[in-house]
Design a protein around this ligand. Structure first.
Ligand SMILES: C[S@@+](CC[C@H](N)C(=O)[O-])C[C@H]1O[C@@H](n2cnc3c(N)ncnc32)[C@H](O)[C@@H]1O
Length: 464
């Protein structure tokens, strides 16, 4: 890995010039090509250009496979990385359907940006971009023959999806190219869904319910800064995808399983229940659990990443919720467990994030094929370490934001083989593999909703 180029820090008044946004977006793209997280890079980007750089870099990463193929077709010899990144940035933004800027403006500004960092390459960049514009139709058509250019995902990722989902793989790849909706979770301590929708309406923010399966979820027609949301600072709403909002009601028993035996009791866990959130940061689901239980859970939130845990504390504080927060590797139970068994455990395990590619367009380019078995091994170790900590009759909700079967159903099938005292409870909707497809029969979206949820996997394991 090379060092990460830092965002340029020069402060400027008014709207930032396009060449500055392009230069920074191309640095962000190059950081991803060098193996660094876009989220981390953007967190260090000066606030006045961050929204613009984010919008451009997201678009470019969604078109990176195509831009690389076209650049190689026009200029087969690799230019220096930073020049290449600028070229790829401009090519992706000149792709049909992506034209947020007039073509000649984009080319001029890209050449301006390259002149500032590699003056000798300005003529070359100008020539490549102008040739692309002249021959765009033919170059775009020719690129479709290369699967990486056509689907803008690495080949191994496509192969894995094709194996896991023979009928849906192409739809999944296309879904990853969409812009995700901004979805909120309404805090029941302050409002019901209709009440908060009314408040959004009064604030001039158009929104609709995500659907009956997600009783606290509203989808905004257009994303907004959180500060524009009524009562955000006072914890009246949180930003959370609808599929992530399934975890807390599943674990606490507010949605009972469909396979209850006659007379079987399925208590709703509330005040005093001892609950572990084993991989809690940044705390979206931790807060939801406590919100639904009226802040009465005896809740422990763990995470291996002490820095990310700060976000859990902030979320609980904003929402006026309680919970013990502790940095630990959940697998190392000897280091953190006090010996008191849990009524319920949420294991929202580290995973490939293959279900949230819409929100993190860098993920597909950062992952390597070997990462998937390595992550599956960690997930399995976490399951093994935490299962003994559950009371008899207790529940463990296993979750991943992945659409890969090895991190979902295969993982749980193998666990059930190893543990005769575990049973996976059945749900008609909102559990198992949730694919981020508009026509996913398992999803219950409001009619006409543009929203599809993120990809997720849930299994509720019940201890005999
Ligand atoms: C999918 S994220 C959790 C998201 C969180 N549950 C939420 O809803 O906001 C997975 C988390 O697992 C943490 N993690 C990874 N390995 C871990 C381990 N061995 N023990 C505890 N936490 C771990 C990561 O730091 C990361 O914050």
């Amino acid at each position: 890995m090379s060092s990460v180029p830092s965002p340029k820090n020069a402060a400027s008044g008014g709207a930032p010039p396009l060449h500055r946004l392009l230069a920074n977006a191309s640095d962000a793209v190059q950081a991803v090509r060098d193996g660094h997280s876009l989220t981390d890079w953007l967190s260090r980007c000066p606030a006045e250009i961050r929204p613009g750089v984010q919008a451009l870099s997201f678009t470019v990463l969604r078109r990176l496979g195509a831009a690389q193929a076209v650049r190689a077709a026009i200029a087969p010899k690799n230019p220096p990385p930073r020049v290449d990144a600028l070229l790829l940035t401009a090519l992706a933004l000149l792709w049909p359907g992506e034209s947020a800027y007039a073509e000649h403006t984009l080319v001029d500004q890209a050449v301006h940006a390259v002149r500032q960092r590699a003056p000798n390459s300005a003529g070359f960049v100008n020539a490549v971009l102008r040739r692309f514009l002249r021959e765009r139709e033919a170059l775009v058509a020719a690129a479709q023959a290369d699967p990486v250019a056509r689907f803008n995902h690495p080949r191994w990722w496509q192969d894995r999806l094709r194996t896991d989902w023979p009928a849906a793989w192409e739809g999944l790849l296309q879904a990853n190219q969409q812009k995700p909706p901004m979805t909120l979770r309404v805090n029941p301590a302050h409002d019901d869904l209709d009440g908060y929708l009314a408040r959004l309406g009064e604030a001039g923010i158009a929104a609709h319910p995500a659907g009956a399966l997600f009783p606290q979820a509203v989808v905004l027609d257009e994303p907004r800064p959180v500060q524009a949301l009524p009562g955000f600072d006072d914890g009246h709403a949180s930003v959370q995808d609808a599929s992530a909002q399934l975890a807390a009601p599943l674990l606490l028993g507010q949605r009972p399983p469909q396979d209850l035996a006659p007379g079987e009791d399925w208590p709703v866990l509330g005040a005093g229940a001892r609950v572990l959130d084993a991989c809690a940061a940044p705390g979206g689901k931790t807060a939801h659990l406590q919100e639904l239980a009226g802040n009465g859970l005896d809740l422990l939130a763990l995470d291996a990443d002490a820095k990310r845990l700060e976000r859990v504390r902030q979320n609980l504080q904003r929402l006026r919720l309680e919970g013990a927060v502790r940095a630990a590797d959940a697998r190392d139970t000897a280091a953190w467990w006090d010996g008191r068994a849990f009524d319920a455990i949420l294991l929202d395990a580290p995973c490939s994030a293959s279900g949230i590619v819409r929100r993190h367009p860098d993920v597909r380019w950062l992952r390597r094929p070997d990462d998937i078995p390595a992550l599956a091994r960690i997930q399995s170790e976490l399951l093994e370490a935490l299962w003994p900590l559950l009371k008899p009759g207790g529940r463990l909700l296993y979750a991943t934001c992945s659409v890969f079967r090895s991190e979902g159903q295969d993982q749980i099938d193998a666990f059930l083989q190893r543990h005769g005292d575990a049973r996976s409870r059945q749900f008609d909707q909102g559990a198992g593999h949730l694919l981020p497809l508009a026509d996913n029969a398992r999803q219950d979206l409001a009619p006409g909703a543009a929203a599809v949820t993120d990809g997720f996997y849930y299994a509720l394991l019940h201890k005999a």
